[in-house]
Design a binder for this molecule. Structure first.
Ligand code: ADP
Ligand code: MG
Ligand code: MG
Length: 918
């Protein structure tokens, strides 16, 4: 809270002792520190922290996020005290630099940099060289004795200021930025034979011409003159940074990563250091470890004679930072030191930006580096071994979802041998992806929406391509290095990405990709390997990950796979810490085996009907449905019985003593009948009945709203013989497997119960059959009977239901549908809008609606326990594999979560994280 109120209370007082809005840093001292990310933003806090630990940071100051909040709360105006605080900070900065803002002979130039609490790559805009105008540029030229450099700074400033503050940007239908067009035109005039020369070939007079043309462009496009006064420039830039917090791409990004809109951004104003003074200068971005693989090497890139934006924007393709070893050995040595210092101070892999001015290294930013799932695991496990962190930290810091990248398929090794490599780029986001190529983000998005697998192919990407990148399987660019926008975003989204494939010639206007004499058109298939950088023609077959090969296919030894060993170590730590058990949703013996390999401690949901489609079973099922009386139905069920029994026996064997929750038949019967005429005729022939009878029955079973129709326990109540058959199949299988010496723990689950009586009726039936089988086979079986909690009524009367239910399993798919009155299959038409309007933050069918559905679950837990203290509680909806929902279940005190086999490692890690949070 602003200290205004505080000071009033403490009586200390006067109005002039206002809130501190500006925090200075420089020369080893800083008002702020690394812990103040919410106030100073991530960048500002770490600039302060790096200053404190004596890394070479150019001095400057940070305007707090509170000012941003004030700005939006007060109709885009600033607190009264701000101006004076900025004046003071500038005076301090001028003193530190020995230069003055706007001084014609020795001008102070600054960078104006945004910086939110969490880094938002490419989302906000940075302005460099602020303070230049027609007069100060001459001062800079004279002082530096480098006219080319001065005009290079000036034209960059005009370009950035014109774009970010004055809004001179690409108009709809234009493919290139207007400033770039002016540059290209000038190059054509000056180098008619070689119009694609690098910017560094433009000399002082060319750059000066450019500044004139840029100013003219600004006037033409905006009707306003570029502001000469540095203070006015600064005001404009600060306003633009605050304004950019609410531009569309920032909003989209925040929505995707769940960053609250209230946080706001800070603004950093910092003295410029210059990477563009000549060939002993330059600018770079590095990671203290490889962010793609996690390997412990200095990794990154560097551009000689360049300002930082060139590296990040991917305009020129930079060189690997390792080359500095030869080109600037002293700087390289310093970088290695910095790397050590950063990691031992921040205890995490850092992503840092630096500039070298005439051989001197300056640090401009550091933050915890984004990394792939593979790298996240490797870095965390390695850092535990290096004693930089503890196993608990390793668990906390790996986003549980990122494990899905470790489990993702790679290209099949045989298929890749025969595949044609058409070009190579830089491996920037690991994994294998193939799809149809699209060159425009919106087209890629539209195609993906229609169900196509899509690769987004661009010269380079920019923040406006985000939606297309999200929709694509993979991203391929012709320009830009491993820290280009494409690479950064892909890594964070976990997308496959190959960038800087310079052999690609992309023609946006015709929608063609030209590679070494071959053309590929929009819609053609390509495949990319983000681990090696290879680009293949056509669709290349994929194969399972190392983890899957070791655990499931068993064609790879654990000892042969480094990735697997890291994974196994992490899982061991997670399993030691978590309280929640994990189970799998699995319906077949082989699925159960896979699940056990991935750590399942049981089956949380076996959907019996999934087996109905195997082999001849569907015919028996249909015969059962078409039966005109109980007798006929009995005959059909008698044929189904042995089939179900052998399925269950297989599952019990695969479980080797672990529990299995088996749900009795749930979907409405018409789902099993054919709906088109030809198929109905086939069926009639097969069963020797008339086609009329089939079509009449289909019509009878038709429902207006099947989700709320004759399904769940309602089936077993109207047709008790179905439940009886299923119960019999389960118990006979149990008896069989148990007599072979394997422990069996069936948990029979009655679906869609809302009234206690529904459960009681089904329960009586199950117990009756159990007694019969035990007597017939002369065995003693131990089993549970319980219910799925999936309608709000069940939550409300859970105390009554718990009188007969030995367990509850939350069926949160249906519980979400029935609580929200929202059909999962129809929500697609409005949910995206709901998310945009922030009516819901996330898709409630993927991430549990904790405040709504979660409340009902809480109620059910409380009620259930009030009747039956030790009632067994679990969840078996999709949410069981979603990290946030898993954590919620932990807090709710459930015994287990159940999810699909490939999500199990994610659930194990999330459960461990939940245990560490409490
Ligand atoms: P982003 O958040 O997009 O990375 P930054 O504020 O870090 O934006 O600025 C982008 C680039 O501008 C940086 O990579 C850095 O090289 C350059 N830059 C920022 N501040 C300065 C500075 N004080 N002197 C020189 N270059 C700078
Ligand atoms: Mg930027
Ligand atoms: Mg940066």
């Amino acid at each position: 809270m602003p200290s205004k109120t505080k000071s009033k209370k403490s009586g200390k007082s006067p109005a002039h002792k206002a809130v501190k809005y500006v925090y200075s840093f420089g020369n080893g001292k800083a008002d702020g520190n690394g812990k103040m990310k919410s106030l100073l933003g991530g960048k500002g806090a770490n600039l302060a922290e790096m200053t404190r630990i004596r890394l070479p940071v150019p001095p400057g100051f940070t305007i707090t996020t509170e000012v941003c909040t004030y700005f939006y709360d007060h109709n885009r105006t600033y607190p009264a005290a701000l101006d004076r605080q900025i004046d003071e900070a500038i005076a301090k900065l001028e003193h530190a630099m020995g230069k003055k803002f706007g001084d014609v002979s020795n001008p102070l130039l600054v960078a104006v940099r945004s910086g939110a609490r969490d880094s938002m790559p490419g989302m906000m805009d940075t302005i460099l060289n602020l303070g230049l105008n027609d007069r100060t540029v001459r001062g800079l030229a004279e002082r530096s004795k480098n006219e080319r450099f001065a005009y290079d700074c000036y034209r960059r400033f005009l370009q950035m200021y014109g774009d970010v503050v004055m809004g001179v940007q690409k108009r709809p239908g234009e493919d290139h930025e207007p400033f770039e067009v002016v540059i290209e035109e000038l190059k054509k005039e000056l180098f008619p034979k070689d119009p694609h020369v690098s910017d560094t070939k433009l000399d002082a007079s060319a750059l000066r011409t450019l500044t004139d043309r840029f100013r003219k462009l600004i006037r033409e496009r905006t009707g306003k003159d570029f502001p000469e006064d540095p203070r006015e420039q600064l005001r404009g830039a600060v306003g633009a940074v605050f304004g950019s917090w609410n531009n569309e791409r920032a909003i989209i990004y925040r929505r995707k990563y769940n960053i609250p809109h209230e946080w706001g951004t800070a603004v950093n104003v910092q003295a410029m250091v210059f990477g563009n003074t000549g060939n002993d200068s330059g600018s770079g971005v590095s990671f203290t470890r490889d962010p793609a693989t996690g390997e412990k090497v200095l990794y990154g890139e560097f551009l000689l004679n360049a300002q930082g934006e060139d590296v990040v924007a991917g305009v020129r393709t930079p060189e690997p930072v390792i080359k500095l070893q030869v080109e600037m050995p002293e700087v390289y040595r310093q970088l290695q030191d910095v790397r050590q210092t950063l990691e031992s101070h921040f205890h995490d892999m850092q992503d840092f930006e630096f500039t070298v001015e005439e051989g001197r290294l300056f640090m401009l930013q550091t933050r915890n580096g984004k990394r792939t799932g593979v790298a996240a695991v490797r870095i965390a496990v390695d850092m535990v071994k290096e004693k930089l962190i503890k196993p608990d930290d390793a668990i906390r810091r790996i986003p549980a979802d990122s494990l899905s990248q470790l489990l993702a398929p790679v290209f099949d090794s045989r298929a890749r041998k025969t595949a044609e490599v058409i070009a190579r780029g830089l491996p920037a986001g690991p994994g294998a992806a193939s799809g149809q190529i699209y060159f425009q983000a919106n087209e890629a998005e539209a195609a993906a929406h229609k169900g196509a697998k899509v690769l987004l192919v661009r010269v380079e990407t920019s923040p406006e391509d985000i939606r297309g990148m999200l929709a694509a399987e993979g991203i391929l660019t012709a320009r830009g290095g491993v820290s280009s926008h494409a690479a950064l975003v892909a890594r964070q989204m976990g997308k496959v990405c190959v960038c800087g494939a310079s052999d690609l010639q992309i023609d946006y206007s015709t929608g063609t990709l030209h590679v070494r004499g071959k053309n590929y058109r929009k819609g053609d298939f390509l495949s990319i390997d983000g681990t090696t950088g290879e680009i293949f023609a056509g669709e290349v077959k994929t194969s399972p990950s190392d983890i899957a090969r070791v655990l499931i296919d068993k064609d790879l030894q654990a000892s042969e796979s480094h990735t697997y060993r890291l994974f196994a170590q992490l899982m061991q730590w997670a399993d030691q810490r978590r309280k929640l058990e994990v189970r799998a949703n699995a319906d077949q013996p082989d699925q159960v085996e896979h699940a056990v390999a991935f750590g399942a401690q049981g089956v949380g949901l076996c959907r019996t009907e999934h087996m109905f489609f195997e082999g001849a079973r569907i015919d028996y099922v249909r015969q059962m449905i078409l039966a005109e009386n109980a007798d006929e139905r009995g005959q059909a069920l008698a044929k189904l019985l042995p089939e179900q029994r052998s399925d269950f026996a297989g599952i019990f064997r695969a479980l080797g003593g672990r529990p299995a929750t088996i749900r009795l038949l749930d979907p409405p019967l018409h789902e099993f009948l054919p709906h088109d005429e030809a198929a109905q005729r086939d069926l009639a022939d097969k069963l020797g009945i008339s086609v009329d009878r089939v079509s009449r029955r289909v019509k009878e079973l038709h429902e207006f709203n099947p989700m709320l129709g004759h399904r769940g326990c309602r089936l077993g109540i109207v047709y008790p013989e179905i439940s009886e058959m299923q119960a019999r199949a389960i118990f006979e299988a149990a008896a069989e497997v148990q007599s072979a010496g394997i422990k069996v723990r069936p948990e029979i689950m009655i679906p869609l119960v809302g009234f206690p009586k529904e459960l009681e009726l089904q329960l009586a039936l199950v117990h009756k059959v159990a007694a019969q089988v035990q007597k017939e086979r002369n065995v003693k079986l131990s089993y549970l009977v319980g219910t799925m909690i999936e309608v709000p009524r069940a939550c409300v009367v859970a105390d009554e239901i718990a009188k007969s239910a030995q367990f509850f399993s939350f069926g949160t798919n249906d519980l979400t549908q029935t609580s929200l009155g929202m059909s999962r299959d129809d929500a697609g038409s409005f949910l995206p809008r709901y998310q945009e309007e922030e009516i819901v933050r996330q898709n409630p069918f993927a991430v549990l609606d904790q405040t709504g559905v979660g409340k009902l679950m809480e109620l059910a837990v409380k009620q259930g326990r009030s009747t039956r203290k030790d009632i067994k509680l679990g969840i078996c909806g999709e949410h069981g594999g979603d990290p946030d929902s898993v954590k919620f279940c932990h807090r709710l005190g459930l015994a287990y979560v159940s999810c699909s086999p490939f999500r199990l490692p994610i659930a194990r890690l999330a459960a461990a994280q939940a245990a560490l949070e409490t």
